[in-house]
Design a protein around this ligand. Structure first.
Ligand SMILES: NC(=O)c1ccc[n+]([C@@H]2O[C@H](COP(=O)([O-])OP(=O)(O)OC[C@H]3O[C@@H](n4cnc5c(N)ncnc54)[C@H](O)[C@@H]3O)[C@@H](O)[C@H]2O)c1
Length: 329
């Protein structure tokens, strides 16, 4: 890739934020634009180390605000778009599905229109394995790129709808798009409403840790830095019109994850509190990453060293998660 302008949406959030830092540090010859509405999940203090760099820019905007988005694209003529911005929390989608339609569906369609208008060279749409629905506990099946879409929550339904718009813009208008579908991410700067940072922050404060149902639901954990490297590779070498699943075969039950954190922090399992299960709680997610591995990606982290690094990060960065967790509730 030659020099150019990359628009990263949702770069004040967890994965987008890590990706912005990764790109700003790795590619000084690219101008990196971070566009974010700064909802409860967005926060710019995480970018203190990069905000003074002269190839990093921040734009506050709503991706569903058509006029603003179209005029921004016409002014800046972005070469590449990496689209992370979304409402991302399943529990919130159960209570307020309408926000998920506005941001995840209409917002994505607005970006596609803007990208088409200025002729971007590549549009990467970051989606989720949750669009595939769930796998049974006793099955050994994995989600492949060919698995049918069967979303179960308003969140995953909104992501599946956005994926279909992305595909349609490729089929109809020839827009150079790629869809990525990753498993559950963890790592630095994740908002403490999600399982791993919630558990770490509760345990550090000697507070009860809620676990849904019997804790047997299985997630396939991907370190966010491994995810960033995968997207970088796809941005350079991915084929337009394709879907790439990203996951690192780190399947764990929620209870195993919580117990690992409690043990690492030297506390006891008395902190665990089983609570009423989430409505429509998907049983198991598991990704087959063969296709992206063939492209040349492999994860750097095992689950054991990834979770240890993440726990250590939350211990050392209380200033960040205490500040952000006082918002959004
Ligand atoms: N976190 C995971 O484990 C995971 C797993 C699979 C896929 N994903 C996908 O990855 C992407 C990023 O997830 P995340 O965990 O970093 O989410 P996040 O909730 O931490 O961040 C989302 C960001 O989007 C911004 N945003 C929300 N609505 C917006 C709007 N209307 N306009 C502009 N910005 C807006 C928020 O301010 C926030 O900064 C999402 O598309 C999500 O569906 C996440």
């Amino acid at each position: 890739m030659a020099r150019g302008k990359i628009l990263v949406t949702g770069g004040a959030g967890f994965i987008g934020g890590n990706f912005v830092q990764y790109m700003v540090n790795k590619y000084p010859h690219f101008d990196i634009y971070n566009l974010d509405l700064l909802t409860y999940a967005g926060d710019l203090t995480k970018h203190r180390e990069i905000e003074k760099k002269n190839h990093y820019f921040f734009v506050k905007a709503d991706i569903a605000d058509r006029r603003t988005i179209i005029s921004l694209f016409e002014r800046e003529k972005f070469d590449y778009v990496v689209h992370f911005a979304a409402e991302s929390h399943v529990d919130r989608s159960i209570h307020h599905p309408e926000i998920f339609v506005s941001t995840n569906v209409s917002g994505t369609q607005t970006l596609l229109d803007a990208a088409k208008r200025v002729g971007v060279k590549k549009f990467i749409h970051v989606s989720t394995d949750e669009v595939y629905g769930e796998l049974d506990f006793d099955s050994v099946a994995l989600f492949t790129e060919e698995t049918p879409l069967q979303p179960n929550s308003p969140y995953s339904a909104s992501k599946a709808a956005s994926d279909l718009f992305v595909r349609a813009y490729h089929q109809t208008y020839g827009l150079p798009v790629i869809i990525t579908r990753c498993s559950n991410n963890y790592g630095p700067f994740q908002f403490p409403e999600k399982l791993i940072p919630l558990t770490i922050s509760r345990v550090l404060n000697d507070r009860k840790v809620p676990v849904y149902g019997d804790g047997k639901n299985i997630r396939d954990w991907l370190h966010v830095w491994d995810h960033c490297a995968a997207i970088d590779l796809i941005l350079h070498n991915g084929r337009n019109g394709e879907v790439y699943n990203i996951g690192s075969h780190h399947e764990r039950t929620n209870l195993e994850v919580v117990k690992t954190i409690i043990t690492t922090l030297g506390k006891t399992e008395n902190l665990i509190e089983f609570v009423e299960d989430r409505l429509g709680h998907d049983k198991r997610y598991a990704i087959d990453p063969t296709k992206i591995e063939k492209l040349g990606w492999k994860p750097m982290f095992t689950f054991e060293n990834g979770i240890a690094q993440t726990i250590q990060w939350y211990v050392e960065n209380k200033w960040w998660w205490e500040r952000v967790s006082s918002r959004g509730h």
